[in-house]
Design a protein around this ligand. Structure first.
Ligand code: HSE
Length: 399
């Protein structure tokens, strides 16, 4: 019997016990031994079949020589960082779904794991149940990764889908997402783009081999998206989606999170509800898309338990990136098309931006610019203000 422990017993921690129990036969066949959850670290005890295994003292896990793998589902940096570090130093493998900790401290924790000849694995931290980090670092390792982009936050995608399809209010859709166990403990991390920001940092770390600090990555969420813009975009053949993007530039790389207009013909445009989709573009393989449930109890637990099994069957901590954040560029340098809605005319738009693609013109004008950097788009928007025209909304557009 292989002994494990879980730290944190919320949605994901509960899912881990269920996957280990429900799939015990499969797991035993693959490992040659059964997995058992010996201890669960909680802040508050509660009645459930695992009540007898609960502890509120981390040392009960740290000092138990039988426990070989610890699943960290506490979330956030404190106390998850300290407990993870101590568990690794005690010679235990650690598996996590905690994207904030991986984005901020992953490099150091992987190095500690390597020194202690154990693993620190975090497949569940990006894309919930979707295998993305292993394919990116193993199956695509012969490629130079040019770009990774995608829908990385299930809660925001769920809210957007409900608002657009069912006319739900923002608050109503958010409550539904919370009730389904998709949202973070503090859902502002979901709707304000921070959660997607942490995930795009992890993807960028792996794609480009250098630490990308969450504090350098601008993250805009879904609060500024209006139904008016969504409808205008639809009539023009576009969908509005919250995307995280990590892009290799001629010199360096960049990453950011923001709402985008994307052509309705792109597969990512039709990804709805809690589903995530991540596109990786490699210089040999071209574009590959990964799609599935990006949040929720069982999908996320599926990825955690697979990592537990990998810890027990593979030789050495493989994934690592440089702690040096060299090469990161401001995403304002990145060229795309841009969507604008202004309270002026098409003539005003042309005066400021040159050639544009008109999407709608009545008392307001909506249009797409040619490709230009974010900085140039801002400079030209300034020209509009100079002629007394206001920008009512603005987003990047891919095509
Ligand atoms: N709150 C996250 C989401 C959970 O909605 O995508 C998975 O990381």
């Amino acid at each position: 019997m292989i002994q494990t422990a879980i730290m944190g017993y919320g949605t994901v921690g509960g899912g881990v016990t269920k996957v280990i129990e429900n799939n015990a036969g499969e797991i035993r066949k693959k490992l040659g031994e059964a997995l058992n959850v010996k201890k669960i670290l909680v802040r508050r005890f509660r009645d459930c079949p695992y009540r007898a295994r609960m502890t509120d003292d981390f040392r009960d896990i740290e000092q138990d020589p039988e426990i070989r793998v610890v699943v960290e589902t506490i979330g956030g940096v404190a106390p998850a960082y300290e407990y993870t570090k101590r568990a690794l130093l005690a010679g235990k493998h650690v598996v996590t779904a905690n994207k904030q900790l991986v984005a901020e401290k992953g490099c150091e924790l992987m190095e500690t794991a390597r020194e202690k000849n154990v693993h620190y694995l975090f497949e569940a931290s990006v894309g919930g149940g979707i295998p993305i980090l292993h394919p990116l670092t193993e199956c695509m390792s012969a490629n130079r990764i040019q770009e990774v982009y995608g829908i990385l936050n299930g809660t925001s995608n769920y809210i957007l889908t409900r608002m657009v399809r069912n006319g739900a209010t923002f608050e109503g859709a958010l409550s539904e997402a919370q009730a389904r166990g998709y949202a973070e403990a503090d859902p502002t991390a979901d709707v304000d783009g921070l959660d997607a920001g942490r995930k795009i940092c992890i993807l960028a770390d792996l794609a480009f081999g250098h630490q990308v600090n969450p504090s350098d990555v601008p993250a805009e969420g879904i609060r500024g998206i209006t139904l008016r813009d969504v409808r205008i975009a639809r009539r023009g053949g576009y969908r509005v989606k919250l995307l995280g993007r990590a892009v290799r530039l001629p010199k360096g790389h960049t990453a950011y999170v923001a709402p985008h207009l994307i052509p309705e013909t792109w597969p990512v445009a039709n990804v709805e509800d809690v589903f995530n989709a991540i596109v990786v573009r490699g210089n040999a393989v071209g574009e590959v898309m990964f799609y599935g449930r990006g949040a929720g109890e069982m999908p996320t637990a599926s990825a955690c338990v697979a990592d537990v099994m990998e810890c027990l069957t593979s030789q050495q901590q493989k994934v690592i990136w440089s702690p040096d954040p060299a090469g990161f560029r401001n995403p304002a340098e990145l060229e795309t098309r841009h969507y604008f809605r202004i309270d002026g005319s098409l003539t005003d738009a042309v005066r400021a931006f040159g050639e544009v693609e008109a999407l709608r013109e009545d008392d307001e004008t909506s249009f797409l610019t040619e490709r230009m950097s974010g900085a140039e788009a801002s400079e030209r928007a300034g020209r509009l203000r100079g002629i007394g025209v206001n920008v009512l909304s603005r987003m990047r557009a891919l095509s």
